[in-house]
Structure formats: C-alpha cells, structure tokens
Design a protein around this ligand. Structure first.
Ligand SMILES: [Zn+2]
Length: 220
C-alpha cells in the first residue's frame, strides 16, 4: 500500500493548499508568519490531517512546511520534531464536528477590524450581499449568514471548547471570528473553503467601509 505522502490525491491537495497560502499572503491575509491551514487526509488516513507548521513566513511556504497530526492534534511520529500551530486544536475540533475537508484561517485587516467593531454584539448577521451566494447552500443575497465573534484567548483548549459548545447549538455555522485576531472558515474541499474565506473577507471589507462612511456622517 502506498504511504500517505505517495497518494496522488494527497500530493494534489498539498500543491493546491500551497497555492492558496501564497495567494492569501499576497492579499495581506497572513502577515508576520501568522495564520494556519489544513486539510483532512484522504482515506484510509481520514482521521489525520495535514496542517501548516508554526512560525513559517507564508511568502516562502512550501511542502516541507506542512506536517501531519492525529485527531487529538498530536504530531504523527515522523513529524515528532516539528511544532504544530498553536491553534491546531481548533482544526481538530472542527474536523470532529463538521463534514468538512479543509479549514483555512486568515489574519486580515478586514476581519480584525470587523471583529473588534462588532465584538460586543457577539454575533453578526450578514445579509444583502450578492457575494454571499458563494457560500455553499446559499441561494440568494437575502439569506442571513450568522457569524459569531469569540473573545480572543491564548488558552486554545478553552477556546475550542467554547466554540464546540456554540457549534452544538448552531450546527449551520459557516465560519467564525476571533476578536482582534481573525477568521476561520471551511469547506468540503480546499476550493470551497477558499471561496468561503473570500466571501467573508469581501463582506467584512464592505461592512467596514460602510461603518466608516456612517461614522463620517453618511447614511446607507
Ligand atoms: Zn490565528
């Protein structure tokens, strides 16, 4: 049986993810070595995932900077000398609870500003944007897409438990924000997850500009 890294499907996912990471970096969504990205490994290795290592400049990110962890976020034996991202537990928690194949996490200016402006609201309902149709299952710009905003924490275990509890009550959650930090979104493929990130980033940017416009005395 071929090893995981020999599977053509895995190799294709690696190339696709690296292209996404470089694109997101180019867009300014992964500054200063931040952010993390993962995909679920193909069967029969589906309980493990491939995820970005910690502390790598995403401008120069390459296949060697990916590593694999088990469903508890622990590095697989061949990656024991590597440091997984501090937020790996958020990825493994989401894989436990979601029918999803890829998780992408950005630290953009738009999501950071948006999350701080609306932090007290705890949840923001996005509606009225044509681009929302880019989210799987959304048919009209009139749909409501709720995005919760969690307080930031360096205690990732506690934060992932808080998000898990929210998710248990809101299984249709499409993505979430961590205040002053960034966006998590996912999809049934890397392409879908990328599309979802682009939808959210686009809407956050629009809403930030609308907010600034209103603060200057305009009305929308
Ligand atoms: Zn982060």
């Amino acid at each position: 049986m071929p090893t995981l890294t020999q599977l053509p499907e895995h190799q294709a996912h690696v190339q696709e993810l690296i292209a996404i990471i470089h694109l997101f970096h180019q867009r300014g969504w992964s500054p200063a070595t931040s952010t993390n990205y993962s995909f679920r490994n193909p069967r029969p290795y589906h309980e493990t995932c491939t995820i970005s290592s910690s502390g790598v400049d995403k401008l120069h990110f390459q296949a060697e900077d990916l590593m694999m962890v088990d469903d508890q976020g622990q590095p697989l034996p061949e990656y024991a000398d590597r440091k997984p991202s501090a937020e790996t537990l958020l990825h493994t928690m989401l894989y436990h609870h979601l029918d999803t194949e890829a998780i992408l996490h950005t630290h953009s200016v738009a999501s950071t500003v948006f999350s701080l402006v609306h932090q007290k609201d705890k949840i923001v309902k996005l509606t009225g944007f044509e681009v929302l149709k880019g989210i799987q299952g959304i048919q009209t710009h009139e749909a409501l897409v709720a995005v919760p905003i969690f307080d930031n924490s360096q205690d990732i275990k506690a934060l992932s438990e808080e998000i898990r509890v929210y998710f248990d009550h809101n299984p249709r959650m499409r993505g979430f924000l961590i205040a002053g930090h960034g966006l998590y979104a996912w999809g049934r493929s890397l392409a879908e997850a990328k599309r979802h990130v682009e939808v959210f980033e686009f809407v956050f940017e629009c809403m930030n500009q609308m907010y600034g416009f209103c603060r200057q005395g305009g009305s929308v």
